[in-house]
Design a protein around this ligand. Structure first.
Ligand code: 13P
Length: 252
């Protein structure tokens, strides 16, 4: 089964408006008309619309960094899946470790967000990964099992077609400490195995699993060469067009 690869840039809470549109423009120009993989950028909410305008007609897709689980109503500060679609988003990141660990998001909230997003037609980049403490205590497999089950429970086969997983070990995010290609492959293969036992082989073999956590132009090639690594979710290095493009070219 050949899985479509994806490299997505998670800009987190960075960029001014003019930096965001310039970065998106440089990425779109550098990627060209037919990159060898899917490419997306995920700017902060206020820059989605200006970045979408700049990406029109390009091969680069737009993604948001979070979404709420209800279509509308009295939810001050939240943004619905429909709003993201109307702003031009194809993707949304759900369950990023910064939302889980800094902002206290729960597995159940993440499951509701995944459902709301795929039902609306968005493609979800679902993040999961263990903390250093969990890895040291040998709890990785239990953590993956819980995260894979709780986030994706109840999706239809058709909705699974709009899900991408990003394995992001918490200890590798923003630390400069990348997982080795072997560590990434081991985790991805385990997650894929869990997908198979919970949701069936067809879903397990077709669902892309990205690696995220200190991906750089130097580490990308080794990671992306592994059979179960289907691209990357890039933080810091996605804020520089040259570095991000060089990571994209590693796949394409
Ligand atoms: P860094 O690439 O900066 O480590 O961030 C990874 C990440 O959290 C992407 O979502």
């Amino acid at each position: 089964m050949t899985r479509r690869k994806l490299v997505a840039g998670n800009w987190k809470m960075n960029t001014t408006r003019s930096e965001a549109t310039a970065l998106a423009g440089a990425v779109a120009a550098g990627v060209g008309a037919s990159p060898g993989c899917d490419v997306a950028v995920c700017p902060p909410f206020p820059w989605l619309v200006p970045v979408a305008e700049g990406l029109k007609g390009s091969a680069v897709a737009l993604g948001a960094q979070d979404v709420y689980s209800e279509p509308k109503g009295a939810f001050t500060g939240e943004v619905s899946p429909g709003m993201l679609l109307e702003a031009g988003c194809r993707y949304v990141i759900v369950g990023h470790s910064e939302r889980r660990h800094v902002l206290g998001e729960t597995d159940s909230q993440i499951n509701h967000k995944v459902h709301a997003a795929v039902e609306a037609g968005l493609h979800v980049i679902l993040c999961m990964g263990e903390t250093l403490g969990e890895r040291d205590r040998g709890l990785m497999e239990r953590v993956f099992q819980r995260q894979v089950y709780s986030a994706l429970a109840g999706l239809t086969d058709e909705q699974f077609g709009r899900v991408v997983i990003a394995y992001e070990p918490v200890w590798a995010i923003g630390t400069g400490r990348t997982a080795t290609p072997e560590q990434a492959q081991e985790a991805h293969a385990f997650i894929r195995g869990k997908l198979g036992s919970l949701y069936g082989e067809k879903i397990a073999s077709s669902l892309p699993i990205l690696y995220g956590g200190s991906v750089t132009p130097d580490t990308a090639a080794g990671l992306f060469a592994k059979p179960d690594v289907d691209g990357g979710l890039v933080g810091g290095a996605s804020l520089k067009a040259d570095a991000f493009l060089s990571i994209v070219r590693t796949v394409g």
